[in-house]
Design a protein around this ligand. Structure first.
Ligand SMILES: NC(=O)c1ccc[n+]([C@@H]2O[C@H](COP(=O)([O-])OP(=O)(O)OC[C@H]3O[C@@H](n4cnc5c(N)ncnc54)[C@H](OP(=O)(O)O)[C@@H]3O)[C@@H](O)[C@H]2O)c1
Length: 253
Protein backbone atom coordinates (compact mmCIF):
# COMPACT_ATOMS: atom_id res chain seq x y z
CA UNK A 1 0.00 0.00 0.00
CA UNK A 2 1.44 3.36 -1.02
CA UNK A 3 1.18 6.22 1.43
CA UNK A 4 -1.24 8.07 -0.88
CA UNK A 5 -3.38 5.00 -1.69
CA UNK A 6 -6.96 5.97 -2.58
CA UNK A 7 -6.22 9.70 -2.58
CA UNK A 8 -6.94 11.94 -5.57
CA UNK A 9 -4.61 14.76 -6.61
CA UNK A 10 -5.26 17.38 -9.28
CA UNK A 11 -2.08 18.88 -10.76
CA UNK A 12 -2.11 21.85 -13.11
CA UNK A 13 0.92 21.97 -15.39
CA UNK A 14 1.20 18.22 -14.77
CA UNK A 15 2.46 17.51 -18.28
CA UNK A 16 6.02 18.79 -17.76
CA UNK A 17 8.82 19.54 -15.30
CA UNK A 18 7.84 19.90 -11.64
CA UNK A 19 4.18 19.03 -12.25
CA UNK A 20 4.99 15.81 -14.10
CA UNK A 21 7.53 14.68 -11.50
CA UNK A 22 4.92 15.31 -8.80
CA UNK A 23 2.27 13.41 -10.76
CA UNK A 24 4.58 10.40 -11.04
CA UNK A 25 5.60 10.53 -7.38
CA UNK A 26 1.96 10.53 -6.22
CA UNK A 27 1.00 7.81 -8.71
CA UNK A 28 3.82 5.60 -7.40
CA UNK A 29 2.38 6.06 -3.90
CA UNK A 30 -1.06 4.91 -5.07
CA UNK A 31 -2.83 8.24 -5.71
CA UNK A 32 -5.16 8.79 -8.66
CA UNK A 33 -3.82 11.74 -10.63
CA UNK A 34 -5.66 14.35 -12.70
CA UNK A 35 -3.30 16.19 -15.03
CA UNK A 36 -4.26 19.55 -16.52
CA UNK A 37 -2.43 21.65 -19.10
CA UNK A 38 -3.12 23.32 -22.45
CA UNK A 39 -1.09 21.01 -24.69
CA UNK A 40 -2.99 17.79 -25.30
CA UNK A 41 -0.09 15.77 -26.66
CA UNK A 42 2.25 16.36 -23.70
CA UNK A 43 -0.65 15.81 -21.30
CA UNK A 44 -1.55 12.46 -22.82
CA UNK A 45 2.13 11.45 -22.93
CA UNK A 46 2.37 12.16 -19.19
CA UNK A 47 -0.67 9.93 -18.57
CA UNK A 48 0.95 7.17 -20.65
CA UNK A 49 4.17 7.49 -18.60
CA UNK A 50 2.20 7.18 -15.37
CA UNK A 51 0.26 4.15 -16.60
CA UNK A 52 3.56 2.55 -17.69
CA UNK A 53 4.78 2.65 -14.08
CA UNK A 54 1.51 1.11 -12.85
CA UNK A 55 -0.19 4.34 -11.84
CA UNK A 56 -3.66 5.73 -12.51
CA UNK A 57 -4.17 9.11 -14.22
CA UNK A 58 -6.21 11.01 -16.73
CA UNK A 59 -5.75 14.27 -18.59
CA UNK A 60 -8.09 17.25 -18.90
CA UNK A 61 -7.08 19.89 -21.44
CA UNK A 62 -7.26 23.13 -19.47
CA UNK A 63 -6.06 26.69 -19.74
CA UNK A 64 -6.00 27.81 -16.10
CA UNK A 65 -6.61 31.42 -17.09
CA UNK A 66 -10.10 30.51 -18.41
CA UNK A 67 -12.79 30.22 -15.74
CA UNK A 68 -15.07 27.86 -17.67
CA UNK A 69 -12.15 25.50 -18.31
CA UNK A 70 -11.09 25.45 -14.66
CA UNK A 71 -14.66 24.77 -13.55
CA UNK A 72 -14.80 21.93 -16.08
CA UNK A 73 -11.46 20.54 -14.81
CA UNK A 74 -12.71 20.19 -11.24
CA UNK A 75 -16.03 18.75 -12.45
CA UNK A 76 -14.20 16.18 -14.60
CA UNK A 77 -11.93 15.20 -11.71
CA UNK A 78 -14.95 14.63 -9.47
CA UNK A 79 -16.92 12.75 -12.10
CA UNK A 80 -13.94 10.44 -12.78
CA UNK A 81 -12.55 9.90 -9.27
CA UNK A 82 -15.30 11.16 -6.94
CA UNK A 83 -13.33 13.79 -5.00
CA UNK A 84 -10.23 16.03 -4.95
CA UNK A 85 -8.16 15.37 -1.82
CA UNK A 86 -5.16 17.41 -2.93
CA UNK A 87 -4.58 20.13 -5.52
CA UNK A 88 -1.18 21.28 -6.71
CA UNK A 89 -1.70 24.60 -8.51
CA UNK A 90 1.55 24.56 -10.40
CA UNK A 91 0.92 25.76 -13.98
CA UNK A 92 3.01 28.82 -14.70
CA UNK A 93 5.04 30.78 -17.23
CA UNK A 94 8.11 32.93 -16.76
CA UNK A 95 8.25 35.57 -19.53
CA UNK A 96 11.07 36.77 -21.76
CA UNK A 97 13.65 38.04 -19.28
CA UNK A 98 13.34 41.72 -20.26
CA UNK A 99 13.93 44.71 -17.96
CA UNK A 100 10.73 46.29 -16.68
CA UNK A 101 10.57 49.32 -19.00
CA UNK A 102 10.89 47.00 -22.01
CA UNK A 103 8.02 44.78 -20.93
CA UNK A 104 4.73 44.89 -22.83
CA UNK A 105 1.06 44.84 -21.89
CA UNK A 106 0.77 41.46 -23.64
CA UNK A 107 3.51 40.00 -21.43
CA UNK A 108 1.96 41.49 -18.26
CA UNK A 109 -1.43 40.05 -19.14
CA UNK A 110 -0.08 36.62 -20.11
CA UNK A 111 1.98 36.19 -16.93
CA UNK A 112 -0.65 37.56 -14.55
CA UNK A 113 -3.50 35.64 -16.22
CA UNK A 114 -1.75 32.30 -15.88
CA UNK A 115 0.35 32.63 -12.73
CA UNK A 116 -1.96 34.68 -10.53
CA UNK A 117 -5.51 34.65 -11.90
CA UNK A 118 -5.05 30.97 -12.77
CA UNK A 119 -4.17 30.08 -9.17
CA UNK A 120 -7.14 32.06 -7.87
CA UNK A 121 -9.54 30.35 -10.32
CA UNK A 122 -8.19 26.91 -9.46
CA UNK A 123 -8.50 27.56 -5.72
CA UNK A 124 -12.02 28.91 -6.21
CA UNK A 125 -13.35 25.71 -7.79
CA UNK A 126 -11.18 23.32 -5.76
CA UNK A 127 -12.42 24.91 -2.54
CA UNK A 128 -16.07 24.55 -3.64
CA UNK A 129 -15.44 20.81 -4.00
CA UNK A 130 -13.38 20.52 -0.80
CA UNK A 131 -16.16 22.20 1.17
CA UNK A 132 -18.62 19.61 -0.21
CA UNK A 133 -16.38 16.68 0.73
CA UNK A 134 -15.35 18.02 4.15
CA UNK A 135 -11.76 19.11 3.56
CA UNK A 136 -8.63 18.91 1.46
CA UNK A 137 -5.14 20.28 0.93
CA UNK A 138 -4.03 22.87 -1.61
CA UNK A 139 -0.41 23.62 -2.51
CA UNK A 140 0.23 26.67 -4.67
CA UNK A 141 3.50 26.78 -6.56
CA UNK A 142 5.06 30.20 -6.11
CA UNK A 143 8.82 30.61 -6.63
CA UNK A 144 11.87 32.03 -4.86
CA UNK A 145 11.16 35.30 -6.77
CA UNK A 146 7.82 35.21 -4.91
CA UNK A 147 9.78 36.16 -1.81
CA UNK A 148 12.27 38.71 -3.14
CA UNK A 149 13.26 40.75 -6.18
CA UNK A 150 14.47 39.01 -9.33
CA UNK A 151 16.00 41.25 -12.01
CA UNK A 152 14.49 40.74 -15.50
CA UNK A 153 11.77 38.61 -13.95
CA UNK A 154 9.92 41.43 -12.23
CA UNK A 155 6.43 40.73 -13.58
CA UNK A 156 6.92 37.02 -12.88
CA UNK A 157 8.15 37.91 -9.40
CA UNK A 158 5.10 40.14 -8.79
CA UNK A 159 2.77 37.34 -9.92
CA UNK A 160 4.48 34.88 -7.57
CA UNK A 161 4.33 37.35 -4.65
CA UNK A 162 0.60 37.45 -5.43
CA UNK A 163 0.42 33.67 -5.15
CA UNK A 164 1.87 33.91 -1.63
CA UNK A 165 -0.75 36.53 -0.75
CA UNK A 166 -3.61 34.43 -2.14
CA UNK A 167 -2.31 31.46 -0.16
CA UNK A 168 -2.12 33.27 3.18
CA UNK A 169 -5.55 34.90 2.90
CA UNK A 170 -7.33 31.77 1.66
CA UNK A 171 -5.65 29.63 4.34
CA UNK A 172 -7.17 31.84 7.05
CA UNK A 173 -10.57 32.03 5.34
CA UNK A 174 -10.93 28.23 5.18
CA UNK A 175 -9.04 27.21 8.31
CA UNK A 176 -12.25 26.08 10.04
CA UNK A 177 -13.31 24.02 7.02
CA UNK A 178 -10.52 21.46 7.28
CA UNK A 179 -8.80 22.86 4.17
CA UNK A 180 -5.06 23.48 4.51
CA UNK A 181 -3.51 25.85 1.96
CA UNK A 182 0.26 26.39 1.66
CA UNK A 183 2.72 27.72 -0.88
CA UNK A 184 5.97 26.33 -2.14
CA UNK A 185 8.81 28.53 -3.37
CA UNK A 186 11.28 26.46 -5.38
CA UNK A 187 14.62 28.00 -6.30
CA UNK A 188 16.16 27.10 -9.63
CA UNK A 189 14.92 23.69 -10.73
CA UNK A 190 16.11 21.80 -13.81
CA UNK A 191 12.98 21.56 -15.98
CA UNK A 192 12.05 22.42 -19.59
CA UNK A 193 11.28 25.98 -18.35
CA UNK A 194 14.82 26.20 -16.99
CA UNK A 195 16.37 24.75 -20.17
CA UNK A 196 14.47 27.34 -22.25
CA UNK A 197 15.76 30.13 -20.01
CA UNK A 198 19.38 28.91 -20.46
CA UNK A 199 18.98 28.62 -24.24
CA UNK A 200 17.86 32.27 -24.48
CA UNK A 201 20.82 33.72 -22.54
CA UNK A 202 24.29 32.30 -23.19
CA UNK A 203 26.46 32.14 -20.05
CA UNK A 204 23.46 32.22 -17.73
CA UNK A 205 24.05 28.74 -16.32
CA UNK A 206 27.35 29.74 -14.68
CA UNK A 207 25.85 32.94 -13.24
CA UNK A 208 22.85 31.05 -11.85
CA UNK A 209 24.98 28.34 -10.26
CA UNK A 210 27.07 31.02 -8.56
CA UNK A 211 23.87 32.38 -6.95
CA UNK A 212 23.06 29.05 -5.29
CA UNK A 213 25.00 28.24 -2.10
CA UNK A 214 24.71 24.48 -2.83
CA UNK A 215 26.15 25.18 -6.32
CA UNK A 216 23.65 22.89 -8.03
CA UNK A 217 20.19 23.17 -9.52
CA UNK A 218 17.26 21.47 -7.84
CA UNK A 219 15.57 18.41 -9.34
CA UNK A 220 11.81 18.27 -10.05
CA UNK A 221 11.73 15.11 -7.90
CA UNK A 222 13.00 17.13 -4.91
CA UNK A 223 10.07 19.53 -5.32
CA UNK A 224 7.68 16.57 -5.67
CA UNK A 225 8.93 15.18 -2.35
CA UNK A 226 8.13 18.50 -0.63
CA UNK A 227 4.63 18.55 -2.16
CA UNK A 228 4.09 14.98 -0.95
CA UNK A 229 5.01 15.92 2.62
CA UNK A 230 2.93 19.11 2.53
CA UNK A 231 -0.13 17.10 1.44
CA UNK A 232 0.39 14.37 4.02
CA UNK A 233 -0.97 14.29 7.55
CA UNK A 234 2.61 14.76 8.74
CA UNK A 235 2.06 18.44 7.82
CA UNK A 236 -1.33 18.59 9.56
CA UNK A 237 -0.47 21.68 11.65
CA UNK A 238 0.79 23.71 8.67
CA UNK A 239 -1.43 26.17 6.83
CA UNK A 240 -0.81 29.60 5.31
CA UNK A 241 2.91 28.80 5.21
CA UNK A 242 5.50 29.31 2.52
CA UNK A 243 8.31 26.81 2.11
CA UNK A 244 11.51 27.86 0.36
CA UNK A 245 13.29 25.04 -1.45
CA UNK A 246 16.34 26.61 -3.01
CA UNK A 247 19.65 24.98 -2.06
CA UNK A 248 20.34 27.92 0.25
CA UNK A 249 19.31 30.49 -2.37
CA UNK A 250 17.50 33.57 -0.99
CA UNK A 251 18.89 32.81 2.46
CA UNK A 252 22.48 33.93 1.82
CA UNK A 253 23.32 37.65 1.96
N1 LIG B 1 11.89 25.56 -12.99
C1 LIG B 1 12.16 26.45 -12.07
O1 LIG B 1 13.32 26.86 -11.88
C2 LIG B 1 11.06 26.97 -11.18
C3 LIG B 1 11.42 27.61 -9.99
C4 LIG B 1 10.42 28.10 -9.17
C5 LIG B 1 9.08 27.96 -9.52
N2 LIG B 1 8.77 27.35 -10.67
C6 LIG B 1 7.35 27.26 -10.99
O2 LIG B 1 7.00 25.91 -11.12
C7 LIG B 1 5.91 25.78 -12.04
C8 LIG B 1 6.24 24.70 -13.06
O3 LIG B 1 7.41 25.11 -13.74
P1 LIG B 1 8.34 24.09 -14.56
O4 LIG B 1 9.72 24.58 -14.39
O5 LIG B 1 7.99 22.70 -14.26
O6 LIG B 1 7.88 24.51 -16.04
P2 LIG B 1 7.53 23.70 -17.38
O7 LIG B 1 8.34 22.48 -17.47
O8 LIG B 1 7.58 24.74 -18.44
O9 LIG B 1 6.00 23.28 -17.13
C9 LIG B 1 4.98 24.22 -17.08
C10 LIG B 1 3.66 23.49 -17.11
O10 LIG B 1 2.60 24.45 -16.99
C11 LIG B 1 1.67 24.24 -18.05
N3 LIG B 1 1.00 25.50 -18.35
C12 LIG B 1 1.53 26.68 -18.75
N4 LIG B 1 0.58 27.60 -18.94
C13 LIG B 1 -0.61 26.99 -18.67
C14 LIG B 1 -1.97 27.39 -18.69
N5 LIG B 1 -2.33 28.62 -19.07
N6 LIG B 1 -2.92 26.51 -18.33
C15 LIG B 1 -2.57 25.25 -17.96
N7 LIG B 1 -1.33 24.81 -17.92
C16 LIG B 1 -0.35 25.65 -18.28
C17 LIG B 1 2.52 23.69 -19.19
O11 LIG B 1 1.78 23.00 -20.17
P3 LIG B 1 1.16 23.73 -21.47
O12 LIG B 1 2.16 24.75 -21.93
O13 LIG B 1 0.90 22.64 -22.43
O14 LIG B 1 -0.12 24.36 -21.00
C18 LIG B 1 3.43 22.74 -18.41
O15 LIG B 1 2.74 21.54 -18.13
C19 LIG B 1 5.67 27.18 -12.61
O16 LIG B 1 4.61 27.81 -11.94
C20 LIG B 1 6.97 27.89 -12.31
O17 LIG B 1 6.82 29.28 -12.19
C21 LIG B 1 9.71 26.85 -11.52
Amino acid sequence: MGKMQGKVILITGGSSGIGKATAKAFALEGAKVVIASRGEERGKDAVREIKAIGGEAFFVRTDVSQEDQVKNLVEMAVSEYGRVDFAFNNAGVEGQGARLAKETMEMWNAIMDINLKGVWLCMKYEIVQMLKQGGGVIINNSSSPGLGGAPRLTIYSASKHGVVGLTKGAALEYIADNIRINALCPGIIKTPMHDKRLSITPGLEKIMLSMIPMRKFGKPEEVAAAVMWMCSDDASYMTGSTILLGGGQAVSV
